[in-house]
Write a protein of this length. Sequence first.
Length: 483
Amino acid sequence: MAFTAEGSLLFQPYKIRGMQLQNRIVLPAMVTRLSGDDGFVNQAISDRYLSFARGEPGLMVVEAMGVHDAKSGPLLRASRDDFVPGLRELVNGIHATGPSKVAAQIIHFLKISRSGWRQKIQDLSRDEITAVIEFYGAAAGRIRDAGFDAVELHMAHAYTLSSFLSRMNNRHDEFGGRSIENRLRVPSLVLKRVREVVGDDYPVGIRYDGEEAIKDGYSVADSSMMAVRFAGLGADWISISAGGKFEDAIHHKGEPLYPYTGYSGDRCMPSSGYPDGLNVYMSDAIRAALRARGLETPTVATGKIRTPELAESVLQSGRADLIGIARQLLADPMWPKKVREGRADTVVPCVYNNVCKALDERFHRVRCTLWRKHDLHAPDAPDDTTPPAWPEGAAVTASPKDGRVHLEWTPAEDDGGVYGYMVLRSEDGTDWKHVDSARGVAHRFEDPSALGGLAYSYRIVAYDMAGNRSQPLGPVAITLPGV
């Protein structure tokens, strides 16, 4: 049965400390590497977020902004007053484009070198810890002055506040890892300071790991108690991430450590090999711990939630209050609006091959593999309702190749250009599933997940810039040789 927005929880309004969201879809903060090293908002940053705004998620969280002036690559900043005008212009543009509310995520990070050396929290003096707390407070004040509807404190992954929360915290003072109370001390002081600066009427969210996903790291037993502390101190939402730690990162000679190269990085951004909704159990456990103590603070579930049906089931089952969708909105920023208008069948689906993550790892500007080769943003959906068509005699062929199924097909035709092709597969007569996509310039695909001895059928569906789907081409059947 097709998803219907009317009557769904996903498209019900939701209020957070006076901030009214028109739906429960959250765009989490995503690295773009579009800003310059100077930290100011530029045209590329503005274009990326206005693209998201046209899709109308309930809440947009703009990528992490440094609270201090430490050297880094491309990173937005909220560390000085001269960054405020550019941030204000960005917020005004988002508000003028659509009804989305917009928050800014703010972050503190430690030093790192190309040799693999990195500064750790045990290297920080008490005065430096005090400075971190003040940096967050001052940056949050600038975020409010710039007109953002809310601020989110980055306490996830490999960065400073997450390192204090970690079970790998090796300090031996009252900020150290011998107890969860001590590990929470600095993040708690940051939250209290931010609340003092922005006031009681301003929404403040927290983004942190529900599970570190490293050996000897914490899991939901600890992260549930962290949520109780943050909620008790007045956090207005708890956004749950996972992993992204330095402890299992792979060091490439001559490059700084990138904290998403190990297993914990996979858990942070689950790829196509992981099941949908992989990390929802974290939000479920954390929300249950909050409710058991009479705390109504909403939780945001994230981690490969790509369909409205899955999002709705998470809400209906009480496993989260809000749904974070990142990479799927990168692939198609219009996802919320299309789904709300009953056009879910025109959504360009994310294939979760994590090319976007790999670009970030190589310090390149982050884009989607499905976009046209030189596009820096998702194409604007034109006013087009005519789907691509297959020319007379079009066909799809399948053949075995090095243990994979090799598909080739006749190119489809469309006045506005074919954007891409969806590869659908049926295994032994089961329902058709979308297994991957190819860009519009490609007319072939190799399926590495087919198992020898099983009977497979394939269909190809072409789609245009607006997401209009063609009739399926095929099917073509093949049994891959087995042992």
